[in-house]
Design a protein. Structure first.
Length: 329
């Protein structure tokens, strides 16, 4: 059986070209056991609005990595009021305003460099503690207390992008959690893997407020890289994944259906995943490519079939299904 190596270069190049959702994507090596994540980069400076609608930021901080940078804004780029946490119209940003933005690692080679933004924070008063941006990359790591009955939970500890397995965002359950553009009630339990947030802290350094930002994913996969127990959008799958060539392979049907897709088996096409009648992708066992609605996707591992179950490498399946992937070694 062929080793899982073809198209790794293509995957890496594609990831490097993307600003979103590459901000939260895994910086993977040849192993799926315990990926690290690319941390978003904070930039700031005095803004100048360009005719294109983009922002030119110039920093007076001589130690800044990027003293000048151009931030491109799309229709979906969140622009947030630093004080209220409410959405702003980008047109409200005036020349000379101080602006903070969090951007991806991919930038143009031009001078100044140009990139997209995960979020832009503006309307910042003088000497104001600017909220910080985080991308949640895993589930709650708060240690369970061996007491029965268990005492009420007081906090959650969530790993975030760039933090690997040692840095966690500690959020008290009393913190104010706000959704984006809705009035629904949300709690710390809604801060699932793949969630993007702005965080305000009080004078004591404790997290006091969390603003959830628009999701760039349909959902998430949380897989234990050792036992291959898998949770998709909160649902624990009965069909387990497997490990092969030090890669995590996940069952296509079980994962896709848990994420709200439909899956059929079609002669000559193999597993066909669709969404409201529209084909998302199809793949045959043994194939090194999957066919999407618009293109051919080169898999980093061939599609496998065992005991009637068809598998794809976790990273490939997450990409094809637009799911955030969190692997816990």
């Amino acid at each position: 059986m062929k080793k899982c190596c073809k198209a790794l270069l293509s995957m890496a190049l594609c990831a490097a070209m993307l600003c979103l959702p590459a901000l939260a994507a895994a910086e993977e090596d040849e192993s799926d056991m315990g990926p690290t994540y690319l941390a978003p980069l904070q930039v700031c400076g005095q803004a100048t609005r360009l005719e294109s609608g983009s922002l030119f930021l110039k920093s007076s901080d001589k130690s800044a990595l990027h003293q000048e940078i151009i931030i491109h804004l799309s229709e979906t780029t969140p622009v947030v009021d630093a004080v209220s946490g409410l959405p702003m119209d980008a047109a409200e940003i005036r020349d000379g305003d101080t602006v903070y933005a969090w951007v991806g690692p991919a930038m143009t080679m031009s001078l100044p460099p140009q990139t997209g933004a995960a979020v832009v924070v503006a309307n910042i008063p003088a000497d104001f503690a600017v909220p910080q941006y985080y991308e949640i990359t895993g589930g709650d790591h708060t240690a369970a207390i061996a007491i029965y009955p268990a005492p009420p939970r007081t906090e959650v500890n969530l790993p975030y992008a760039g933090g690997g397995k040692t840095d966690f965002l500690r959020i008290p359950v009393t913190a104010q959690i706000s959704p984006w553009l809705t009035k629904q009630i949300v709690t710390v339990d809604d801060l699932v893997p793949g969630t993007r947030v702005l965080v305000w802290r009080g004078t004591d350094g404790e997290v006091s407020r969390v603003q959830m930002l628009p999701s760039v994913y349909r959902g998430y996969i949380l897989a234990n890289g050792a036992a291959i127990d898998t949770v998709v959008n909160g649902e624990t799958l009965t069909v387990r994944g497997k490990s092969q060539y030090n890669q995590v392979l996940l069952p296509i049907r079980a994962v896709a259906e848990a994420a709200g897709y439909q899956v059929d088996w079609v002669a000559g096409k193999g597993a066909v995943v669709s969404d409201n009648g529209k084909t998302v992708f199809s793949v045959l066992p043994g194939a090194e490519t999957a066919q999407t609605a618009d293109d051919t996707y080169y898999l980093t591992c061939p599609c496998e079939k065992e005991n009637g179950v068809t598998y794809l490498r976790a990273a490939d399946l997450a990409h094809l299904l637009d799911l955030f992937l969190s692997l816990d070694a």
